[in-house]
Every structure is written in structure tokens, then in C-alpha cells.
Design a protein around this ligand. Sequence first.
Ligand code: ATP
Length: 457
Amino acid sequence: MFKSTIGPSAAAPVYLRPETAQGQFLDFKKLLDYNQGSMPFASASIGKCYRNEISPRTGLLRVREFLLAEIEHYVDPEKKQHPRFPEVRDIVLPLLDKETQLSGKTVPQTISIGQAVESRIIDNETLGYFLGRIVLFLVRLGVDRSKVRFRQHLANEMAHYACDCWDAELLTSYGWVECVGCADRSAYDLTVHSRYTGASLTVKEALPEPVKVEEWQAALDKKLTGLRFKKDAKVVQAAVERLDQPALEALAAELEQHGAVALETPALADGTTRVELPKELLSISKTTRMQTTREYTPNVIEPSFGIGRILYCLLEQVYWHRPNDAARAVLSLPLSVAPNKVLIVPLSSNPQLNPIAHALSARLRRLGIANVIDASSASIGRRYARNDELGTPLGVTVDFDTLKDGSVTLRERDSMVQVRGSEDEVVMAIKGLVEGTETWEQVTARMEIFGGQGEDQ
Ligand SMILES: Nc1ncnc2c1ncn2[C@@H]1O[C@H](COP(=O)(O)OP(=O)(O)OP(=O)(O)O)[C@@H](O)[C@H]1O
């Protein structure tokens, strides 16, 4: 937690969250209800997080306030398979696992997620599923697949409660940078929240058949306990209720042998943290009951995306310049990420071209396709070039032939190739490209390649 203060006197401390996860865990019971009590399920949250970084540096890579997006996937600890695992099983990942790191090597082994889970390099299917989804997500954003690797946490860097943890690292001029963490946090968070709030954060499932359970049970004589411990009676009662089966078994033997047991408690009214419970107050016996439900605390698999770091690495990876011209830079953001999808340029300042450009802009807007018009006096080549640098993937030119036959050109940023067609055809092509139902190769194969008034050079 990042400690700060609030109010005019700065007397009241506040604690800024270092992750969104805990807020999700506090809502676990509600989330489980929304999911009709069925497992597995997931929650997700995105928001600002704060860390008291000693030396913030390197732009967006290490800052004190950053945007974090986290998924908490709740799973039965005995069933860590994932129904959609077959979708990612054959994805090949560069894995820098702990053994490789401990042997002093830095070259990852390239192996399919299926093989890595089978050989337990990755602890379980659900964790493997999310590593696959992380790489698919990063590549969809435009990250270069050859500049992604997954590094496993060593035992000494992994949170004590985690049973396996991998970082997706992206290669930048600063070296490999951790951008997404993916940890199996086991049952730690829900167990601790439950312990401190007293709220049960477990899942109850009907068993296919009732089973006979033998267990140790402790009972305090309430009247005698009240008389003996007065205000502390509740604390003592809670300490007894928290005892697990091995502890109860050991105490039963001690009680039998010595007629009394000593029990650790939270601080009592007199400041002590230990009570003596004689046989008259405490009884511990083995009981048998039929169990019809199974109760467990779910384990949590958590992919955690640092948005600023991903964005920084992406910008570095997709920024380049045209061969032999360092001044003509290009930001190859894919359509899914680019803030503006289409640049509309009237070829000249002829007053007849502008209304056509504006009508086309409105038509694209109605389709939900963000676009911008550049009707400035700069040459068309200059206007293309500056929008290439801003990352706008597509360009439509309205020219003098548009006035004659209604046709326009459509230009792709990275290749600078242009096609020509009616406005309807071009709008359909843009829609297909934005929605991902058509590729630029398909568009160039079915539409007429335009070599005319491009002025790209
Ligand atoms: N100071 C920070 N500035 C920007 N992003 C951060 C910062 N700290 C963490 N992140 C992002 O949050 C994600 C999840 O946080 P996590 O707790 O796993 O990071 P971490 O292991 O503490 O990071 P690091 O070891 O680099 O400090 C990281 O993968 C990263 O993208």
C-alpha cells in the first residue's frame, strides 16, 4: 500500500491500492452469486494503482501511478483444467523456465503450451491457457512475436503464496521488460480476507454421493468459559474455532495426558496471548458424520496487465522509418489499436471536394469508424506522411475523378499500396478491415490497384 494523507491537517492516513485484485476478492461472494454459484468463473477490473517506487524512471516503464488491468479467474484447486485449453494447446512459446535460469542460461526453450503443461514446466492447464491468451492479445495489439518471451519467477522472487508465476516480457531498447504478470495465487487471498473479516469466502458443491467423514471436534463449555474469561470469552472461543484437524488431534492427546492444554490467542484484556483450558472447559472428541456437500476455497489464477508498459513497448516496436529516408517515420499500429482508423484527404483545395470528404467522414462515423479529415494546404504526400507517423492505418483520397464517377482511392499505410473503387466498395473494404473479416491482401486481390495520383514520394 502507498501511504498518503488526507484532509487539511494531513492527520488522516490513506492507503492507495497497489493492485486492483483485493477489491475483486472482497466482492467474491457476490460474484459467485451472480454466477449462480457455479465454478470456474472470472472477474476483471481496470483502474489506477499506486506504488511507492524508490526511483521512477524510463518513461512509462516505472511510475508511481499507473493503469493496471487484472483478471481473477477462480478455480477449484482439484480441477485446474480449462475447458478452452485445446484452443491454446499448440501455441509455441519461448519459455525461460526456472531451471534454465538457474543453470545460468538466458536462451528460452521453445515449446508448445500443451507440452509445457504435460511436463509440469507450467504448473497447470488454466495457467497455460492464460499464457496462451496473453500472447494472442499482445500479438493482436501489434507486438512483434519474436520480441515476446515468458520468464518464470524463481522461488526467491515469487510471492510466498503463489505456486507458479510467469511474466510476459517484451524486448525494447531497455532490454526485456516485464509487461504482464500471470500468477497462480493459490487460495491465499480469499483465505486471508476470510480470516480477518469473518466472512466465508468458500464454494459449496453437492457431492455426487454422501461420504462418511471422521473428524476431531472441540467444544467449550460456554457457561464456565464466560465465568472464567469474562470479556475475553469470545476471543477464546474464536481461537478454538480456528484450530485445524492436526492441531485438534494434538490437543486431544495433550488434554488426555495432562488434563489441560495451553492455547495461543490474540491479545487479551490483560495483554497476554495464551490461556490454559482444563478438561472441565474444553472437550475434544472424534466424531463421524455424513457429508453431502464439499466446501473449498477457490484458487485464483491472475493475469495482470500493466497498460502503460505494454503501450510503451508497443510504440517502440512499431515505430520505423521508410528505407533511405530517416525523416519519413511510420507508426505501424494495427487497426484495432490506432485511435484514428481512416484519414480522408481531398486532393486539392477545390471547393467541390470538401463536401464529399465531409459526407464520407459522416458515413464512416455512423459505422463507428473513427476518422479524420486533413484538408490542409500541404501536399498530399506530406499529409499522408504525417498521418503515417501518427499511426493512421488507412487513407482515402477524394480527387477530380471522384467528381466525375464517384470513385475514391484507399491507401494502406505500411505498403503505401492504393486501390480504387466506388465509395460503396471502399467503405465496405474499410468496414471489413476494421472488423477483421477481410485482410489487406484480400482487398488488393479483388479491387483495382491504383497507380495514379498517389504522390507518396
Ligand atoms: N511502477 C510501475 N510502473 C508501471 N507499471 C508497473 C509498475 N509496477 C508494475 N507495473 C505493471 O504491473 C504489472 C503487474 O504488477 P506486478 O506486481 O506483477 O509487477 P512487479 O513484479 O512488481 O513489477 P517490477 O518487478 O517491474 O517492479 C507488471 O507486469 C507491470 O506491467
